[in-house]
Design a protein around this ligand. Structure first.
Ligand code: SF4
Ligand code: SF4
Length: 129
């Protein structure tokens, strides 16, 4: 790279500022094609485990007995497969800002879904005796 070319780049950067952003000090801007991050609605999750089985990165763990849903943010590749697979649509891709993951990469959610009780069938006539 010649001196003139380099000087032009330096002057342009001095005038326009750096091309990079100071993330996470400055929140990132979501562009229109940003998929975002997986978000769970724990009140709707039926612990079926389909998201866990469909995830190609083994980022999701579902413990049906303990009623716990976990996602490892470092493993997730934002492919959307879990969102498409969820039968009750309690997973979504949100583009809202979240703090960067630093130490605790696994996010734990207590599933609060309660299966509704089946309605009792009305008793039909008594047995004749
Ligand atoms: S978006 Fe893809 S990689 Fe991330 S948790 Fe869902 S299925 Fe796994
Ligand atoms: S998030 Fe959806 S697919 Fe995953 S366990 Fe819950 S209900 Fe099933």
């Amino acid at each position: 790279m010649g001196f003139c070319t380099m000087a032009k780049i330096v002057i342009r950067n001095l005038v326009h500022g750096p091309a990079t952003r100071r993330y996470p000090a400055v929140p990132q801007r979501a562009c229109p094609i940003t998929r975002g991050h997986v978000t769970l609605d724990p009140a709707q999750c039926i612990s079926c485990g389909l998201c866990m089985r469909r995830c190609p990165a083994q980022a999701i763990q579902v413990d049906k007995a303990e009623k716990v849903w976990e996602i490892d943010r470092f493993r997730c590749i934002a492919c959307d497969a879990c969102v498409e697979a969820c039968p009750v649509k309690c997973l979504t891709m949100e583009t809202t800002y979240i703090a960067p993951v630093t130490e605790q990469t696994v996010e734990r959610h207590a599933i609060t879904y309660v299966k509704p009780e089946k309605k009792k069938k009305p008793e039909t006539g008594q047995a004749e005796g």
